[in-house]
Write a protein that binds this ligand. Sequence first.
Ligand code: CMP
Length: 139
Amino acid sequence: TTERSLVLVKPDGFARGLTGEVLRRIEAKGYRLAALAVTTPDTDRLHRHYAEHEGKPFFEPLVAFMSSGPVAAVVIEGERCIEGFRALAGATDPTAALPGTIRGDLGRDWGEKVQKNIVHGSDSPESAEREIGIWFPEL
Ligand code: CMP
């Protein structure tokens, strides 16, 4: 079935000029771009986006990092694109992520509290619809 997924190029990826590279890989895989925006998210939006992580030790550093600068928010579309983008992104820890993936090719540990891992991708159809509502309420 055709799915939509919410992809973020996080502040580290955006500041490093990797937005085009991430979009290139999404398009090369055959997914469509359905919405695209550049914005510096406020903490209210991030608390909603990361609600499931509230209370975890990395939650506040994560919100601080994610609100530190512009991100690219993207809605992608295609057959099984939720699983497909997570495969493109690679494992959460960029040191362990396999070469060939976005995080494995372009990311690493920077010795900080937060894992700066370049991209976010929705992890299920329910998360995708919830997250798209947070970043693109007009959709
Ligand atoms: P993501 O999976 O997109 O959403 C949760 C984010 O929290 C994750 O990317 C990382 O950026 C960060 N994260 C997850 N686990 C840890 C951890 N153990 N320590 C630091 N940051 C983490």
